[in-house]
Design a protein around this ligand. Structure first.
Ligand code: GDD
Length: 422
């Protein structure tokens, strides 16, 4: 069996993350903070729990700018892992970059790297990486391929990759990406364990594309549409079924949900990252993380499920719940922020109310997921969702903003409901 010494995180690029605007206009979506840590830092933290992993490769088509450079530097320092960003010259699809950089992924430096993880950047869960390694060992003696799967209600399953398994077994018999009609309630949850043999399958797809003009750009390969069906044919593709919280992070609503989940993981594994109630300090309800440089008045009440970023000021009597307050924002006296993301450097005025509509999935269905569909209904109206204030938005005093998306640097002097403020 080959040791797993590497993990690859698929970052996407600036053309992705459209449902995450205006936040993704300011920061690459994979670096957006959830519970105070960039989205993919949670992935890297999970990789650190696999003792044999010593390198994490980030593949994407974002320019290698200071945000990515600083992140990579910080990750290497914090987790004592080799972390490298590999930039695609154009978006190459979910497998094109893996194939293009196959030598870097498969490179053996004094150890056997015949297996590696691939993680989608925009999924959120407590990645069961050690468990996937164990199941891969048990099913194929460590020589096979594995997808992390989860269950979804039948009407939601068609929005994901769908997996059919052999009855009573983990072996995958059939895989269809986003089928038109119901195929299975087991869905692809966006994490894989591959042996380097996967590159042979990618090579076949790559050659076909080049021969038959099948893809544009030529080097683009879809892991889900072009590669996974081929792996099913080897009878070595298995599914690890995740039996706990999982969510995609496509919209602001799902970011609030993921923020809540990662705060709950901190409560389990890193309690010291969360705020506690002290006499003469703000009232804290449930899981709340506050950056050490933020100021929170002792008469404010925060929580549950709140992250307060660096340099934020929260003044007397303010109330914040189920929200992400980004760096240097100011929440003035007695304002109320619920189910919202307040952008960097934004100001919410005195006695104002910024409130979103909770996107919580059906609490009676353990497999229901946050709906990340279109922002609009079939009449072209904005579906009720969380409120997002872009960078540098100014909400005047005594204004109510409900289920509204506000683009950067706007000033709101009148109340708004269910709108996009351009
Ligand atoms: N490097 C790179 N290059 N990454 C990419 C590219 C690309 O050209 N295109 C997408 N990605 C990354 C995205 O950033 C994301 O992390 C992941 O690949 C999958 O993104 P999408 O292509 O948008 O697919 P999806 O999210 O609609 O569906 C995928 O994930 C679902 C689980 O969340 C599929 O794998 C589904 O089968 C799966 O159910």
């Amino acid at each position: 069996m080959g040791e797993v010494t590497k993990a690859v995180i698929l970052m996407g690029g600036p053309q992705k993350g459209t449902r995450f605007r205006p936040l993704s206009l300011e920061v690459p979506k994979p670096l957006f903070p959830l519970a105070g840590s960039p989205m993919i830092e949670h992935h890297i933290e999970s990789c650190k729990k696999v003792p044999t992993i010593n390198e994490v490769l980030l593949i994407g088509s974002y320019q290698y700018d200071s945000q990515i450079r600083d992140f990579v530097y910080h990750m290497m320092k914090e987790y004592k892992l080799q972390v490298r960003y590999l930039q695609e010259y154009v978006p190459m699809g979910t497998a094109g970059g893996l194939y293009h950089f196959r030598d870097q992924i498969a490179r053996v430096v004094g150890s056997d790297t015949s297996n590696f993880f691939v993680l989608n950047s925009d999924v959120c869960c407590d990645f069961p990486l050690n468990e996937m390694i164990a199941l891969n060992q048990e099913t194929t003696n460590g020589m096979g391929f594995m997808i992390m799967g989860t269950k979804a209600p039948p009407d939601e399953a068609v929005n994901y990759g769908c997996i059919v398994t052999e009855p009573g077994s983990t072996k995958v018999l059939h895989y269809v990406e986003k089928p038109e009609t119901y195929v299975s309630n087991i869905i692809n949850a966006g994490a894989y364990l591959f042996s380097t043999e996967v590159f042979k399958h990618m090579a076949q797809v790559f050659d076909e594309h080049h021969k038959n003009d099948l893809a544009f750009p030529k080097d683009s390969i879809s892991l889900e549409r072009n590669v996974l069906p081929g792996l099913v044919g080897t009878s070595k593709l298995h599914v690890y079924l995740l039996n706990q919280f999982w969510s995609q992070i496509k919209s602001g609503g799902s970011a609030i949900h993921a923020n809540r989940f990662y705060l709950s993981l901190f409560c389990k594994y890193n309690r010291d990252r969360l705020a506690t109630n002290f006499e003469d300090h703000a009232t804290i309800l449930g899981d709340v993380r506050i950056h050490p440089s933020a100021y929170v008045d002792k008469t404010a009440t925060l929580g549950p499920n709140v992250y307060v970023g660096a340099g934020v000021r929260i003044e007397a009597g303010a109330r914040v719940k189920e929200s992400i307050i980004l760096d240097r924002a100011e929440l003035k006296e007695h304002c109320c922020v619920l189910y919202s993301i307040v952008g960097w450097d934004s100001v919410v005025g005195e006695w104002s109310r910024v409130e979103g509509h909770s996107a919580d999935p059906d609490p009676n269905d353990p497999y229901a997921h946050v709906h990340s569909g279109s922002l609009f209904n079939k009449n072209g109206q904005l579906n009720p969702g969380i409120t997002i204030l872009g960078r540098g938005v100014n909400v005047s005093r005594e204004v109510i903003v409900l289920s509204t998306i506000v683009l950067p640097h706007k000033s709101l002097v009148h109340s708004k409901k269910n709108q996009i403020i351009l």
